[in-house]
Design a protein around this ligand. Structure first.
Ligand code: DO4
Ligand code: MG
Length: 278
């Protein structure tokens, strides 16, 4: 099932039918360990309508309310290698190698909800950064009790020049206005998402694809539950939390984003999140 946060209200999609959700509070709706069962109840008690489907075509908002967005890093071999390369000059390269193999994962605070953009909105690159990439990441929604109940597509926009200069600059490379995108919906399956699920990134410039790649989430070194366990050790999340799970796709080193580039992140079962670099 898919939950859409739209300008006209909350819409549930189930088996290609669309239902209005009788709640206008996104935070209390999604922060339920029984979310899948709660949504199933709506499909039996409400009437489906094409009108609600129309709501999902215009005015989609990011599937976030008051939650913090966190991110994990160096969870795929490709990310480890790219980061070791970009930080060679600063001598910070072995941090990435070590964290890839360490018991404790890399977890960092990515975004307040106010800085997150939704489907169709502009993401941003920093004016003081010369090397910029999108990072397409499966993003978990975790309830206050630590249960993963949903998934969405995430874009962890990153400055490679700032992070490469010194790993201690990570918060500046990763957290700024328009550096995180989420959407198009919150995917709420009955069981955890399949490891065979593919993530695909396409970047289009002047109507031509300039970079395309895909990877299965089974290539990730860590378990989702392992990341959640570390994140929830000493942090509580009264509205639940979003957690980006790291990128397995990094464009080649001679690639940098430009203003006007269209970034599309597709995850099987969830949909496509498209944003333009503003
Ligand atoms: O270590 C820096 C960030 C890593 C990251 O964002 C990723 O692997 O996706
Ligand atoms: Mg990332």
């Amino acid at each position: 099932m898919k939950l859409y946060n739209t300008r006209s209200g909350i819409v549930l999609e189930s088996a290609n039918q669309f239902y209005a959700v009788p709640s206008d509070n996104w935070d209390t709706l999604i922060n339920q360990d029984s979310l899948y069962a709660d949504l199933q109840q709506i499909t039996t008690s409400k009437t489906a309508s094409e009108q609600y489907e129309a709501w999902t075509k215009t005015g989609l908002l990011a599937p976030i309310g008051r939650q913090e967005v966190w991110a994990s890093g160096v969870t795929y071999l490709r990310s480890r290698n790219a980061r070791m390369e970009e930080s060679k000059k600063s001598g910070g390269d072995n941090f990435y190698d070590r964290v890839y193999d360490a018991e404790r994962p890399e977890l960092f605070f990515k975004s307040t909800p106010e800085r997150v953009v939704g489907p169709g909105a502009n993401v941003r690159i920093r004016a003081d950064s010369t090397w910029n990439v999108p990072e397409p990441e499966l993003t978990l929604f975790i309830t206050s009790t630590g249960k993963i109940v949903g998934y969405t597509c995430g874009n962890d926009m990153s400055s490679r020049s700032i992070e490469g200069e010194n790993p201690l600059y990570l918060p500046q490379a990763k957290s700024y206005d328009g550096a995180a995108a989420l959407g198009p919906c919150l995917f709420v399956p009955e069981n955890p998402i399949s490891p065979d699920t593919q993530i695909r990134l396409e970047i289009v410039r002047n109507e031509q694809a300039v970079f395309t790649n895909s990877i299965a989430i089974s290539q990730m070194k860590r378990q989702h539950t392992e990341l959640v366990e570390f994140l929830y050790r000493e942090c509580s999340f009264s509205n639940g939390c979003f957690l980006m799970t790291g990128t397995g796709i990094v464009p080649p080193d001679d690639f940098t984003l430009r203003s006007g580039d269209e970034i599309s992140i597709t995850i099987e079962g969830i949909g496509t999140l498209t944003n333009v670099v503003g």
